[in-house]
Write a protein that binds this ligand. Structure first.
Ligand SMILES: [Zn+2]
Length: 190
């Protein structure tokens, strides 16, 4: 089932979400629905607050980005993996590298906009997968970028928080339209 995506301006996108346990009702179905929603919206990541649930859960697919790149771009944007397709539960980023890089990011909750965002090149993260198996892993490049973006959603943060104030002023009109529901993407929003 495709779930409606919460748009910029809704309070849930600014809440810090809560940990979940195995007994969370309908967890497998929720994760399945989130994947369907992600693909219907042509995104590379989706976090539970974006489907109106304030819980620490997000999904990342950087594999599709990798698959659609030529070899030169793969060398530039990926390091240590060929893209991942993974579910992250109760994730905690334990380390951010000092090495940073800037790249454009978009967000399904902020349709039609994309802005330059500085992120760490490498991160260490502890998380549970969909079967509640614990992992402690290091990711770099584009995969680390998508993870940081989605993790931020579970902390109530948006990529806009990293955009400089001048640029923010410039896009403010569009943000207002999104929050009023006047800009509508092809996928379902609420
Ligand atoms: Zn987002």
């Amino acid at each position: 089932m495709i779930l409606p995506v919460v748009a910029y301006g809704r309070g849930i996108l600014r809440q810090k979400s809560k940990d979940i346990d195995k007994d969370f009702p309908g967890l497998y179905e929720l994760i399945e629905n989130m994947w369907q929603t992600l693909y219907s919206a042509d995104g590379s990541g989706l976090a539970a607050p974006q489907v109106n649930l304030s819980v620490k859960l997000f999904i990342v697919d950087s594999k599709e980005i990798y698959d659609n790149m030529d070899d030169e771009d793969r060398l530039e944007f990926f390091s240590g993996d060929e893209g991942i397709k993974e579910t992250f539960i109760n994730a905690k980023i334990t380390e951010y590298s000092d090495e940073k890089w800037i790249e454009k990011e978009g967000c399904l909750s902020i349709p039609t906009l994309s802005e330059d965002v500085e992120r760490s090149w490498t991160i260490c993260i502890e998380y549970l997968d969909k079967d509640f198996v614990k992992h402690s892993k290091t990711f770099s490049g584009m995969t680390a970028r998508v993870i940081q973006h989605e993790f931020d959603h579970t902390e109530g943060k948006l990529y806009l928080d990293y955009v400089n104030s001048l640029r923010k002023k410039f896009i403010n009109g569009k943000l207002l339209k999104i929050s009023k529901g006047q800009i509508k993407p092809k996928y379902k929003m609420q």
